[in-house]
Design a protein around this ligand. Structure first.
Ligand SMILES: [Zn+2]
Ligand SMILES: [Zn+2]
Length: 393
């Protein structure tokens, strides 16, 4: 006999006794019904046989004090708020109404094995394994939604960190009723339909079903005189301005979570979170690679050959970098500690890429000097390429 049988079947009805019946009354009722429906007295009558089975099954539970207690407990739990609380403990944002009928995989009332869904068993066992632990606490009003917004930071601000006022147009707690939705001077009162449980139990034959209370939308309280400001919802659209601190080194594409700064919960529920998507405007000089800043510096061929002390800008000043004689194009020089300073005080570097530029035109004198230079220098090392060129013709 499974737990689903216990919910499905009304053993009291099967024996025709009230739930408050004493052990003697139950025994008496059972004996009478068993005698009447016994197969020996009703040979070849399948209906009687079925009744006999039902009566025996009912007595096997109700006739046993411990089993009866368990059965009562299970049926009362199934039809009570425990069912809803358990379902909502999963933390569905926005408190999606929980529809028990979904679990049954079809229209109720068949009386046969329609409960076959695994979800039903899972849910059921979780109700009982919960054992008064975390799952049992009332959930209260729904939590507010998370809010997503986007912010563009200047490059320097992202590197150094900045506090910016952030303006959001979003639902906020109604100041007139402080979020409970009731007209000032009145209070929300316990829902008369569900008595505060937020769910109602409906009996259909030997079945009972729980569904979110329609009268209070599962909240458990109702507002009789609505707050004129928010029409009883507890929330109004507000323009909120808050100062948000962006830490030094915040990067383009980063998402910052501000706990509890999202939408307020309905009727005093906890607020959601605010997520800020950060965009960093590019700098005209510097780029970023993690905690390093990058900078490209053009130099002439002569500077690359002869070497030079380069004065290059940093974010908040300048630094001198030694370009040694014979430095190839594309060489990266590193200015330590001139990058992004993180919160822990560690700083990245400034990475300077040298870019040897070739003049598009040169003066007569420069050309003459270059030709002299060319006569004085060995040709570039291209022998390894020449061999391949010869082979292909
Ligand atoms: Zn209000
Ligand atoms: Zn209600």
């Amino acid at each position: 006999m499974s737990s689903k049988d216990w919910i499905e079947k009304d053993y009291y009805a099967a024996l025709g006794v009230p739930k408050t019946a004493g052990a003697d009354d139950i025994k008496k009722a059972y004996r009478k019904l068993a005698r009447e429906s016994h197969p020996d007295h009703n040979p070849g009558d399948p209906k009687a046989e079925e009744r006999f089975k039902t009566v025996s099954e009912a007595y096997a539970v109700l006739g046993d004090e411990a089993k009866r207690r368990e059965y009562d407990e299970m049926r009362s739990l199934f039809g009570s708020g425990a069912f809803r609380r358990n379902a909502r403990a999963g933390g569905q944002p926005g408190g999606v109404p929980f529809d028990v009928s979904d679990l049954f995989g079809g229209a109720p009332g068949g009386g046969d094995r329609r409960f076959g869904g695994a979800g039903f068993q899972d849910l059921f066992s979780s109700i009982f394994s919960g054992g008064g632990g975390g799952g049992g606490a009332p959930r209260g009003p729904a939590r507010g939604r998370d809010v997503e917004t986007e912010v563009s930071l200047d490059f320097d601000d992202a590197v150094r960190g900045v506090t910016l006022p952030l303006t959001l147009r979003a639902p906020g707690v109604c100041d007139t009723c402080h979020g409970n939705g009731a007209k000032p001077g009145t209070q929300p009162r316990t829902c008369p339909v569900c008595h505060g449980a937020g769910v109602n139990t409906r009996n259909q034959g030997s079945f009972s079903f729980s569904e979110p209370c329609r009268n209070c939308q599962g909240v458990g309280t109702v507002v009789e005189e609505k707050c004129p400001e928010c029409q009883g919802t507890g929330g109004v659209t507000k323009t909120r301005t808050m100062n948000v601190r962006f830490p030094a080194g915040v990067a383009d594409g980063q998402r910052i979570r501000l706990a509890g700064r999202g939408e307020p919960g309905e009727r005093g529920g906890p607020a959601g979170d605010l997520f800020v998507q950060v965009k960093v405007r590019p700098d005209e000089l510097f780029g970023r690679s993690g905690d390093d800043l990058t900078l490209t510096v053009p130099i002439t061929f002569a500077e690359a050959v002869l070497g030079i002390d380069l004065r290059v800008p940093t974010l908040d000043g300048a630094v001198t970098l030694r370009v040694p004689p014979g430095t190839p194009s594309g060489r990266i020089l590193r200015a330590r500690g001139k990058g992004v300073v993180r919160r822990d005080g560690q700083a990245g570097d400034l990475l300077v890429t040298l870019d040897v530029v070739v003049p598009a035109t040169v003066s007569e004198q420069a050309r003459a000097a270059l030709e002299t230079f060319a006569g004085q220098t060995p040709p570039a090392a291209r022998e390894h390429l020449d061999a391949r060129v010869r082979r292909v013709g």
